[in-house]
Design a protein around this ligand. Structure first.
Ligand code: ADP
Ligand code: ADP
Length: 227
């Protein structure tokens, strides 16, 4: 479980991105943070892996203040997927993914084998293995991004608009596969989107933010749809 306890983030220029957030994110489920651009979703997400430090309040993982967890351990336990996939442009698909197990100490050959397994898991054709990111479609790049985030087998996955840069039909396919994969893996997922339809489709729990960084609602998709 991830807990936000009275968390505020004020950037040095005075912008209050997140204002007094209390939120409990359950383990093993998908929690979606939704709301218009600028409402503090990304800031909230990045306070979990300490890319951003709160100005006040505490973020905890399983009861432990994230500031007390040493950064390498924290990062190994938290996968991170962003909109443009964040792939290494000069590495092939298989090496983009294999980099993670390799950095965790696996021999290169074993890391590549694991990367190929992950490619299959996220629905990437074997023929893509030796391509470079620029030779892939947006949807394929996102699959590589997800495979790479899964490579360290982290219990927590942070996803920031991972499907927003692809066209609606491809997005639908990625969402379906993501739901299947999550049913199998049962990771704790925090998923950011500005798209309420995507939030309702993917979230077990939905946290609705408004500009100014306040949480206005925390509900199940059924409760949201009933309104
Ligand atoms: P969202 O993900 O919902 O679009 P963000 O968390 O990115 O929102 O941003 C929330 C607010 O904080 C916005 O007003 C944004 O401009 C501001 N902000 C984000 N990052 C910074 C930063 N590094 N410095 C100053 N303001 C920032
Ligand atoms: P951007 O501003 O483009 O979103 P970031 O500064 O968030 O870029 O991150 C740069 C790259 O570093 C990203 O591609 C991301 O994959 C990687 N990265 C940053 N922090 C983490 C983390 N905690 N865990 C894994 N990867 C990370």
């Amino acid at each position: 479980m991830i807990t936000f306890d009275g968390v505020t983030k004020r950037y040095p220029d005075g912008t209050v991105a997140v204002d007094g957030l209390d939120l409990q994110i359950p383990a093993g489920r998908i929690t979606v943070l939704v709301g218009p651009s600028g409402c503090g979703k990304t800031t909230t997400l990045r306070m979990i892996n300490r890319m951003v430090e709160p100005s006040a309040g505490t973020v905890r993982i399983d009861g432990r203040d994230v500031r007390e967890i040493d950064p390498p351990t924290l990062r190994r336990g938290i996968g991170y997927v962003i909109q443009q996939a964040g792939l290494f442009p000069h590495r092939t698909v298989v090496d983009n993914i294999a980099t993670v197990p390799f950095l965790l100490g696996r021999p290169k050959k074993e890391a590549r084998r694991q990367a190929r397994e992950l490619m299959e898991r996220v629905g990437l054709d074997e023929a893509m293995a030796d391509r470079y990111p620029a030779q892939l479609s947006g949807g394929q790049q996102q699959r590589v991004g997800v495979a790479r985030a899964l490579a360290a087998d982290p219990p927590i996955l942070l996803m920031d608009e991972p499907f927003s840069a692809v066209d609606p039909i491809v997005r639908r396919g990625l969402q379906d596969e993501f739901l299947r994969l999550q049913a199998e893996l049962e990771k704790t997922i925090v998923f950011v989107t500005h798209d309420i339809d995507e939030a309702v489709r993917l979230g077990h729990r939905i946290a609705v933010f408004r500009v100014g960084g306040a949480l206005v609602q925390y509900a199940t998709p059924e409760e949201l749809l009933a309104e």
